[in-house]
Design a protein around this ligand. Structure first.
Ligand code: PMP
Length: 290
């Protein structure tokens, strides 16, 4: 496998970063997870834009333009002969000294890994997932804003550990006010009486690209949408629920905290939206091999 590292495509075995990189020492950096479908990099421009916004929020200057980053992603897929799969794009603060100050890191590092993807088992998509709310709350927007896709994922990892301990596949994280924020690696949607709801981004969630795409699909299908604050009660009383994320796409949820959602089967609106979403993956995105 060839990995893009600071302007060059190198063999996987040579793709190494310093132990003094502040991405490793402090989680100081930003990243993206991007999908390739049918010879295209899906929503590549949107992912690159979000990467640069994340970087801007932490005052990290990425040493190349957005257009150069787009080309670098395409080159990395081509070098690995990949038309389907997953890209992990990472920008770290770079090599510095022991000590937090980012001014000691003169040059950020850019890493692009293009690989295949391990999905949830098909059973989860057909039968739906069981999830639960966990004690760890989502970080305050005024601490590390969850909108920043940073390398510092311990808040999510702690919630994920809690999900593992109680034997469910994902964790719902509430914010400090008790409203639903998101899951550890996915945004949350609920359907009630034909309307599609997802928490507002101000509740403490990542500005999910899949979230946006699904909201677009809903509007195109004439399904009314809303972004109100949601409580656990709103989830328990939903007719349908699903999670969205680049890796997961759309995963139906059939049980939350022991409450069966709707009929206990993935619902019809979820299925309609998934079909519309899959259709978009055929036509949307930058072409890898022309
Ligand atoms: N929330 C979190 C915390 C995430 O890490 C992700 C990405 N895996 C998402 C939501 C979904 O975002 P996207 O649809 O852009 O992948």
């Amino acid at each position: 496998m060839k990995v893009y590292l600071d302007g060059q495509l190198v063999d996987e075995s040579d793709a190494k970063v310093s132990v003094f990189d502040h991405g490793l020492l402090y989680g100081d950096g930003v990243f993206e997870g991007i999908r390739m479908y049918h010879n295209r990099i899906f929503k590549l421009r949107e992912h690159i834009e979000r990467l640069y916004w994340s970087a801007k929020a932490i005052l990290l200057e990425i040493p190349m333009s957005q257009e150069e980053m787009i080309q670098a992603c395409l080159e990395t897929c081509r070098a690995n002969q990949l038309r389907e799969g997953y890209i992990r794009l990472i920008v770290t603060r770079g090599r510095g000294t022991l000590g937090l100050d980012p001014r000691r890191c003169p040059k950020p590092s850019v890493i692009i890994i293009a690989a295949t993807i391990q999905l949830y088992p098909e059973k989860v998509y057909n039968e739906g997932m069981t999830i639960a709310t966990v004690p760890t709350t989502r970080m305050l927007v005024n601490s590390v804003n969850p909108a920043i896709k940073s390398l510092n994922y311990l808040n999510n990892i702690l919630a994920r550990i809690e999900a593992n301990l109680i034997g469910v596949e994902e964790a719902i994280m509430l914010n400090s006010e008790g409203f639903v924020a998101e899951c550890t690696g996915d945004n949350i949607f609920a359907v009630q009486k034909g309307r599609l709801y997802t928490p507002p981004l101000s509740a403490g969630a990542l500005y999910g690209i899949t979230r946006n795409t699904v909201l677009d699909c809903a509007r195109e299908l004439g399904i009314p949408t809303g972004e109100p604050n949601l409580t656990r009660y709103d989830l328990y009383t939903a007719d349908e629920m699903f999670l969205t994320g680049t890796a997961a796409e759309m995963v139906p949820v059939v049980k939350v905290d022991g409450r069966v959602i709707g009929t206990g089967q993935p619902g019809p609106i979820t299925a309609k939206l998934l079909a519309a979403f899959r259709e978009k993956t055929r036509h949307d995105g930058e072409i890898i091999f022309s």
